[in-house]
Design a protein around this ligand. Structure first.
Ligand SMILES: O=C(O)CCC(=O)C(=O)O
Ligand SMILES: [Fe+2]
Length: 350
């Protein structure tokens, strides 16, 4: 084996990506698609109760499912094409925001990280510095400076206004930007995850992969009065999620958190969480949550779905089965060949 092969983790997607968790926005329903017959069998009844009562409406549902499956099949090729185009043709307004610098982080956050890196650090000690656990295991703390949030939003808006092609984060958000395509992964999100967030998540979420977050999917979401207003109740394709409120000015639009995804909503008491501009919020990806509608203004949030291959190689969080690996680009969906660590150990011996 060559040296460089030893160094680079290869990431995969689970085959369920093309069949599971297809979101029907009109009915706020996630469905699985294997065949039209199966869709009819599994969802026709529930769709009727949600207002899909005519043949024409049902045909629209089927069309949307097919379109989404096709979109997912061609996603990685199209995404790579967009990234290439952006790299060649897009000129950033603020090139500096693509490189993480400690000056973008507030001293309170650096303090949390420094504490977490200490050899005597404990979860209890860290929680004394964080103060706010606003819902079950949801932690909120100041993260970026106001100036940085302002510059980042200016950059995002500049990109939005450009004629560059845009990849949207997922089927639930119609607005927002995939940050890997824009070139934020290497020098911003990866160091943020590795150097600053993992020390903290190691203490807060050791039971859900927080000690070994080896990849991520990062994007920004945008809500405004004539675009998306809110985000339905869902869980993330992540072990641990970072959500940072970047601005601008808005009213309402609080987040709400329920229980882990296995618990039905009828047995859940949700807790509302106010999310202030410049603050970061950490939560378990598998904890159900959503965003309430804004009532005015414009709300931009940075979302980092952080993944632990060690966790997800055992069980795909989206289909809840052992993942069936499909080749992907970049971090794909964060799965690795389970023996990757053993391979690394071997490489180290050579
Ligand atoms: O709008 C928000 O702050 C929540 C976004 C979110 O939960 C997601 O994109 O996974
Ligand atoms: Fe989410």
């Amino acid at each position: 084996m060559q040296n460089n092969e030893c160094m680079v983790d290869k990431f995969y997607t689970c085959s369920c990506f093309c069949t599971d968790n297809i979101f029907l926005k009109d009915y706020k329903l996630h469905v699985k698609y294997v065949s039209e017959e199966q869709v009819k069998w599994d969802y026709q009844h529930i769709l009727k109760t949600l207002g899909c009562t005519t043949v024409a409406q049902y045909d629209v549902v089927l069309k949307k499912i097919h379109a989404e499956v096709e979109r997912r099949k061609s996603l990685s090729v199209k995404s790579a094409e967009r990234a290439e185009h952006i790299k060649k043709h897009y000129t950033p307004l603020h090139p500096n925001v693509y490189h993480l610098e400690e000056a973008y982080l507030v001293p309170e956050f650096i303090n949390l990280v420094q504490y977490s890196l200490g050899k005597d650090a404990t979860k209890e000690g860290l929680l004394k510095l964080i103060h706010s656990e606003t819902a079950q295991r949801v932690y909120r703390f100041p993260l970026f400076t106001k100036d940085f949030c302002h510059e980042l939003i200016e950059e995002l808006e500049h990109f939005e206004e450009s004629d560059a092609p845009k990849g949207r984060p997922n089927t639930m958000n119609n607005y927002g930007i995939l940050l890997n395509e824009l070139g934020f992964d290497e020098a911003f999100i990866t160091p943020l995850r590795e150097l600053y967030l993992t020390p903290v998540t190691s203490l807060l979420y050791p039971d859900c992969g927080g000690t070994f977050l080896d990849s991520h999917k990062a994007f920004v979401v945008k809500y405004s009065m004539n675009e998306d207003l809110d985000l339905s109740y869902h869980y993330d394709n992540a072990e641990v999620t970072l959500n940072v409120s970047l601005g601008k000015e808005f009213t309402e639009g609080n987040l709400y958190f329920g229980d882990m995804r296995q618990v039905p909503l009828s047995e859940t008491e949700c807790a509302e969480v106010e999310h202030c501009v410049t603050e970061g919020l950490l939560h378990r990806g598998q904890q159900m949550h959503g965003a309430l509608p804004i009532s005015s203004g414009l709300r931009w949030n940075l979302i980092v779905w952080m993944r632990s291959s060690q966790e997800r190689n055992r069980l795909c969080p989206m289909c809840n089965k052992r993942p069936v690996l499909v080749e992907g680009d970049g971090f794909a969906d964060g799965f690795t060949k389970a023996d990757i660590r053993a391979q690394r150990a071997l490489c180290a011996l050579h």
